[in-house]
Write a protein that binds this ligand. Sequence first.
Ligand code: CAA
Length: 436
Amino acid sequence: MGSIRSVADVGIEALAVHVPRHYLDVGTLARANGVDPGKYCFGLGCRRMAVVAPDEDPVVLAVRAASGLFERYDIDPACVGMVVVGTESGVDAAKPIATYVHRMAGLPRDCRTFDIQHACYGGTAGLRMATGWVLGGLRPGKKALVIATDVARYEIGSPGEPTQGAAAVAMLVGDEPRVLRLEPYPEAVHTEEVMDFWRPTYRATALADGHHSIECYLRALEGCWGGFTSSSGLGLGAFDYLLYHSPFPKMAFKAHKRLYELATNGAAGFDPDYERRVLPTLWSNAEVGNAYSASLYVSLAGLLEHAEVDAAGKRVGLFSYGSGCCAEFIAARVGDDAAAWRGRTGLRQVLAARREITHESYLRFRQGHEELARDGSFRTPLAPDGVAFCGTWNHQRVYRDATWPAAVASARPGDTCPPSDVLRPAPRPARAQAGD
Ligand code: CAA
């Protein structure tokens, strides 16, 4: 009979990040929009925003994050028994991203796959679901793969535009939590039906009641913190680092200010406290922009990969907020051998490999996405190698991956590369359904 485990034995065993290969400097965006760059850079705390090329989408980011995780930590994909994708950038109203990941990351068939949607809370919901699944113990020896993947898109010229970004974070969840161990305190959650940020299914871009959304976020933080402190007995001083969902870095500043006021009754000393406990978690968010469900875990990777921080064994508080809204505060411990894992998240490598683009290219990339999303716009992918989104054909998204025939995989940009029976079975002729 196996030993009885508690949530203290469960958490993140490995974590890897993938970001798009281009970024736009927010100063460039400000000048193009006729806005003082100080507003985007200092008012919002943004620096660069990750921009997806037409052949990158939430699926491609997720698959690349998962493949990076398996390669850099030398993990056999056969250990995965469940894939949960947290996303609010769904590419299909029915078919989950998790199924694409399952095939392209080479995962075993005896595997459960599904997506979770609750705005930016989806990744945390996936993490909680995965820890419960591990503790349930019905798949001994198996691990859960949780991926938070998102592409944040607002209307051009809207207040949300400078906060755009994209990233995917893949996390292997199991009972050897060397990266992050979740502490066994009672759940501290907050739900409230609000209309602060949303994306109707007929739109490609999100809508936000921006200032209202900030108030909803802060109210949810107060709710979670109140629940956490009363059930755990822990105060702010118990935490070495606080990681807040960061739609833009200034939001984390506002959140910590609110928490600090609550926890200390407005005592002096906020600024050094913020610089010590929060600032080291934000540099990666400033590089990537809002990655919605992945943002909190981009912060975690940033802390683990911080050049001047040794996070080993440190207690961190994670505040996850998903508009709509649901939020949670989680206490966790970074693994004692964090230094040994430094570099494995891939964060610094993927950031260093990026190229800056002009404002004109950014606008062209957005148009390219619209074109590829139109049915029948399948074309040769732009990226020289690896997983790529090629377009939509017969109402199906087509991806290039390792299983493509060599002739197609080696096609060069500009080549015409129509899909054929080689790539996927010819679709059956459409038949009229009863009631059509
Ligand atoms: N130099 C320096 N600072 C300047 C400046 C300048 N020239 N001009 C303005 N600022 C400052 C302002 O004083 C303000 O600072 P404070 O917040 O400290 O007061 C800051 O820049 C922003 O200015 P505005 O409030 O006027 O900005 P805005 O109204 O145009 O847009 C926003 C801000 C509402 C957050 C907008 O970016 C937005 O709608 N974003 C999307 C929604 C969002 O991110 N909400 C966050 C909570 S919801 C969530 O977290 C879920 C999620 O991921 C979306």
